[in-house]
Design a protein around this ligand. Structure first.
Ligand code: SF4
Length: 218
């Protein structure tokens, strides 16, 4: 019997072969399963992943959370200590700031949006995830985004921005304007952990979020 994990892996093989950026199109697992891929399918695919060294130190995989039909998805770089312990994204100090942005600037709730990271396991000592770790984990995020199909993605910080836009241009030059991830608009902005250390930069993130708010007609 074909499982969601088998289908997803088959889809990955196909996509690697054809080199397209959209992972789950009409000929992907949707067609194979005769039903739309769900976030539960992707979660089952991640399962007990040990594809990269980050699995060694994790307590929990931090898959992501929020609305499966979110119009807006936030993508950070990876779980911290609080997130690793609870298995939930953005729940520490930086997460609380993100919640305030969602509620106070965008007039939404965390349940209205979806929140995920580039890597799903905590890098040791909160270091940045390395390029090979990001590459190994990216198919999961790509699958999540393909299921959700948001109208706007906000990348928080350099790691998320560089991995989704496939660039090394400094975040300070990328933020403040929309880019494209496939057909989806993508706004890079500073990570809220950076804002905790550099509160003077909050104004720029506020401006970026106003552009997102306008793009979504909120
Ligand atoms: S970070 Fe991603 S690829 Fe690496 S072990 Fe965790 S789930 Fe797997």
């Amino acid at each position: 019997m074909t499982t969601p994990k088998d289908s997803a892996e088959k889809a990955l093989e196909v996509e690697r072969f054809f080199g397209t950026e959209i992972l789950f199109g009409a000929a992907g697992p949707e067609a194979a399963q005769k039903r739309p891929m769900t976030l539960e399918d992707v979660r089952a695919w991640v399962d007990d992943c040990k594809k990269c060294r980050l699995h060694e130190g994790r307590t929990n995989i931090v898959f992501g959370e929020g609305s499966p039909s979110a119009r807006l998805v936030f993508v950070g770089e990876g779980p911290g200590a609080d997130e690793d312990r609870e298995g939930r994204p953005f729940i520490g100090r930086a997460g609380k700031m993100l919640t305030r942005i969602i509620e106070n600037v965008l007039n939404l709730t965390r349940e209205d949006v979806y929140i995920a990271n580039i890597v799903k396991c905590r890098p040791p000592g909160n270091r940045n995830p390395q390029a090979d770790e990001c590459a190994m984990c990216m198919p999961y995020l790509t699958a999540q985004l393909e299921v959700i199909r948001p109208e706007v993605i906000v990348t928080l910080g350099s790691v998320a921005t560089h991995n989704l836009l496939n660039t090394k241009t400094p975040i300070g030059r990328l933020r403040g304007t929309f880019h494209q991830w496939g057909n989806t608009r993508l706004m890079p902005t500073y990570h809220t952990a950076y804002l905790l250390r550099n509160p003077a930069e909050k104004r720029k993130v506020y401006d970026d979020m106003l552009m997102v708010k306008d793009a979504l007609g909120l």
